[in-house]
Design a protein around this ligand. Structure first.
Ligand SMILES: CC(=O)N[C@H]1[C@@H](OP(=O)(O)OP(=O)(O)OC[C@H]2O[C@@H](n3ccc(=O)[nH]c3=O)[C@H](O)[C@@H]2O)O[C@H](CO)[C@@H](O)[C@@H]1O
Length: 355
């Protein structure tokens, strides 16, 4: 007689940085019956694969000071926790897995109040608030960066890196509709899953000097940039979002990027040198901590947006383009930060915790 499959609720919401590692982990658990917990109208409604039913609860962010907003949020969390408790009981789930952020709060609280295991993955070097508050109650906390350990002294933590999508493991092909001359230097600009308007502006001003040096610029602009179409050049390709990121990183000589944990993990995988401009308004400036870990390993150059002029960016990238030796050193340093079997490790830890 075959055993009933175990049921896992995955709580991951909002950004590619939270959703892609969760999807990558889910793909490593084919024997599990998996359902998803998210928020209406966020990225999960588009990104979560169809095979996972999506349940939603209403929740805002945990940013800002204490005040009326926090009270509203607290009441949302309590309400959501009750909803998730009912879901876990009704559908007989065996545990929850979450990649942090606000959706983690009701998932962890509901699971632990029912005595079910809760596994949390935190991809950032500076763990988010929800992770810091709730990690002592989690059965297991898996970490993307070693540096995060010191912020979670009471957690049962283990460093596994951050899982990447299967495209990073299987193929590094360029998108089929994108042809680039084989010898041309390529500068790839990415702004996280949402794009980065401030980086876009810097890049558009700096780019003519890069074109003059024979380079091509592939630019993910996001969907919020009104000036996205303002730069036109034969060596310039821009889109709001690219699906096949692995091939693009692989082809790029230099990547200019925000410092989200997902992107950094991928840059380590593809061993791509980078110039990082941490998003200055990220919660508690956490992207600066991610970037610092890469800078400390010599895998990236890091610039604060407030100090960065287009000329400085232009020159920094030109210097890298003209210095293959330096790029090779940075690539090797990036590779040393990669944990290639992160998704497998995490999936195995989930199996062990849910027995
Ligand atoms: C603004 C903000 O607070 N962002 C946070 C958010 O991630 P956010 O989604 O902003 O950034 P990440 O770098 O973590 O992830 C971006 C993901 O989107 C993918 N991508 C990007 C562009 C594109 O055209 N195509 C594409 O597929 C990247 O390959 C990557 O997998 O959660 C991360 C994990 O907690 C944090 O580290 C980030 O700081």
């Amino acid at each position: 007689m075959s055993e009933t499959p175990k049921k896992l609720l995955i709580a991951a919401s909002g950004t590619g940085g939270h959703l892609f590692p969760a999807i990558a982990t889910a793909e490593q658990l084919p024997e599990y019956e998996i359902e998803w917990l998210g928020v209406p109208d966020r990225l999960e409604t588009e990104l979560v694969p169809q095979q996972y039913s999506l349940h939603t609860v209403r929740l805002g962010g945990f940013q800002g000071r204490l005040g009326l907003g926090s009270l509203r949020l607290l009441s949302q969390v309590l309400q959501a926790t009750l909803q998730v408790r009912q879901l876990l009981q009704r559908e007989r789930f065996d545990g929850v897995f979450t990649t942090g952020g606000y959706i983690a709060a009701p998932a962890i609280l509901a699971a632990r109040s029912l005595g079910l295991p809760a596994i949390l993955h935190e991809s950032n070097a500076l763990p988010g608030k929800v992770t810091r508050w709730l990690s002592p109650w989690c059965s297991l906390v898996a970490l993307g960066f070693e540096a995060a350990t010191s912020h979670l002294p009471k957690a049962n933590s283990v460093v596994v890196g951050t899982p990447v999508r299967s495209q990073f493991l299987t193929n590094h092909e360029l998108p089929t509709d994108l042809t680039l001359p084989p010898e041309a230097p390529v500068i790839l600009v990415v702004g996280g899953s949402q794009g980065a308007v401030a980086v876009n502006q810097l890049v558009r001003t700096a780019a003519p000097a890069w074109f003059e040096a024979g380079a091509w610029v592939i630019h993910q602009t996001g969907t919020n940039d009104e000036a996205a179409d303002s730069l036109q050049h034969d060596h310039y390709i821009h889109r709001p979002f690219f699906e096949a990121m692995a091939g693009l990183y692989q082809r790029a000589d230099v990547v200019i990027s925000r410092a989200g944990a997902g992107t950094l993990t991928e840059l380590a995988f593809t061993q791509t040198p980078s110039v990082l401009i941490p998003y200055p308004f990220a919660a508690e400036d956490h992207q600066a901590y991610n970037a610092a870990a890469f800078a400390a390993a010599n895998a990236a150059l890091v610039c604060r947006q407030a100090d960065l002029t287009p000329i400085a960016l232009q020159d920094m990238v030109l210097t890298l383009i003209h210095n293959p030796e330096r790029r090779a050193q940075m690539a090797a340093a990036a590779a040393s930060l990669a944990i290639p079997d992160s998704a497998e490790q995490l999936a195995n830890l989930i199996r062990q915790t849910l027995t």
